[in-house]
Write a protein that binds this ligand. Sequence first.
Ligand SMILES: [Zn+2]
Length: 320
Amino acid sequence: MTDLMVEGLPLWFFKVFALLIGAAFGSFANVVIYRVPLGRSVVRPGSSCPGCGHEIAWYENIPIASWLFLRARCSSCGTRISIRYPLIELMTAVLSLACMMLGIAAVPGLELTAARLVLLWFFPFALCFLTVCIVFIDFEHWIIPHPLTAAGIVLGIASSVVLAPPLGDVHWYESLIGAAAGALPIIAIIEIYFRLTGREGMGYGDVMLMAMAGAWFGYLALPFILLASSIQGLLGAIPAVVSKNRPVPPWEGAEAAEADATDAEPADATAPDGSAIHVDRPAAEAGELRHLALPFGPFIGLAMIEWLFFGDLVTTWFFG
Ligand SMILES: [Zn+2]
């Protein structure tokens, strides 16, 4: 059974480690998703109930378990706690475990040390964590905060250096070219769409997210990511377009309320410490139909996760 041990530790130890760390980071992802779009610190203060301000004790903050034993309600005022919180914790935990499995399967022929395994887990998991945060923020607010994608680009390049082949799949130059090559098509789409319609279809948050994808996976992954995100985006948009309750970006709802607020440009939000939170999509003019039915970031994120876990399959399928 020696092949099931890494430096005297059984593989299940690494899998349980990945699940627990993943769940804890899922809890942190909830904080990021809730606070970053509001321009609030993700570090302090500690979490409190949005209903009554009750400070959440450590035992009320255990990923997944607390939501279950609190029966989805604040212990103080009974405000419902959305099922989104435990679901994001579960999703992040499962992605973390999957990243550990990727690491375990990664390098046939190379000796698998504990340090190597942790690195092979860490970088893909960091990507998954940032992607979960970005996807849910964009889904809800139609923005992609630049600090998250910037961190993703830096980590992607770092990953190509630390996990240089044969340990990883991406050379550092593929990562650098990928970051630039990911951004360019989206910039082109934005410019062309703007010239044709006078509106912006996608935003510079999407540009940064594609740059992040290119930095992580190298430019060779970009055709798949562009294609898969576009196809899935179109499929996802069908129910939204057909539906009478078409989803609208948060700022459009606010504008409709101030019936004749003309030419309202969205002021970039300002964090309490004065730093700007860049909002990457412009407001549509009041009453104007929105050109995109959905934010595009979640579909780029989905395609990234697909490429991370199934990229090898896709490559084999296409190129034999
Ligand atoms: Zn409460």
